[in-house]
Write a protein that binds this ligand. Structure first.
Ligand code: SF4
Length: 245
């Protein structure tokens, strides 16, 4: 898509035209560890900031100023500098934090335009997707109560927009759960959204193999009963919570 047309479509914020993106890390090649594309060779771009504050977050260094020096954690990079680091990638995953907090910035639009391969975005589903040519969104609304209030973490209008993209094969839903009760909450939400069955996923929470497998065992039966796909987190099984995987 022509860059200027894309910027017009999304109503980008011109006041940020001269700014780059605050990047936590760019890494790869690695294997996508979770969700519908687990096992795919890819590169990751992790952006700073999040609009939620989940207590079990595995990337708090992108947003939690009470525990991390966010200035030290962040590097402002131009779209060209970021794109250079993923120039050979056939698949680039943009994650966070919440990467859609950046979607209306000139630099984000330009970055999407510069990436030659497929682009996937991992999002918490609270921000309405713009019209950018993202190949696939993996949407992870939060169903457990250990974090933000319900009205902040579940935004039905935004989720319905992602469900419409799912009807076109451009989005999947992947909800982190720890027990059978959370599996049922996740499935109820997916039912309410009329999300296509083939792209419904749950994934056990855990940043160690021990915690991950314990939660997986706790959710397996309920997930099967509710007709959900189950994703583990293979990067956690192989590397624990090390950064860069
Ligand atoms: S939405 Fe994701 S990045 Fe943000 S706090 Fe929750 S788990 Fe962390």
């Amino acid at each position: 898509m022509d860059n200027h047309r894309a910027m017009e479509m999304i109503g980008y914020d011109a006041s940020w035209a001269d700014h780059g993106l605050d990047v936590s890390e760019v890494f790869g090649p690695v294997y996508q560890g979770e969700g519908p594309f687990a096992g795919r060779r890819c590169h990751f771009i992790r952006l700073m900031r999040c609009n939620l504050s989940c207590s079990w977050c595995d990337t708090p260094f992108t947003w939690d100023a009470s525990r991390f020096d966010l200035h030290a954690e962040s590097t402002e990079m131009t779209p060209l500098a970021i794109a250079d680091q993923v120039a050979d990638a056939s698949l680039v995953v943009i994650s966070g934090g919440e990467p859609l907090m950046w979607q209306n910035r000139h630099a984000f639009v330009e970055l999407i335009d510069l990436i030659p391969g497929a682009v996937h975005v991992e999002t918490n589903g609270t921000i309405h997707p713009s019209g950018l040519p993202i190949d696939h969104y993996v949407v992870s609304p939060k169903v457990n109560d250990q974090g933000d209030p319900l009205k902040k973490r579940i935004k039905f209008e935004a989720l319905r927009s992602f469900a419409a993209l799912a009807d076109q094969g451009r989005a999947s839903i992947k909800i982190v759960v720890r027990d059978a009760d959370e599996v049922h909450r996740a499935a109820d939400l997916m039912d309410g959204l009329q999300w296509p069955h083939e792209s419904r996923w749950v994934m056990p929470e855990g940043t160690s193999a021990t915690a991950l497998l314990a939660h997986a065992a706790a959710i397996e039966e309920a997930a099967l009963t509710r007709g959900l796909n189950l994703s583990l987190r293979q990067h956690v099984l192989l590397h624990g919570d090390q950064r860069g995987y």
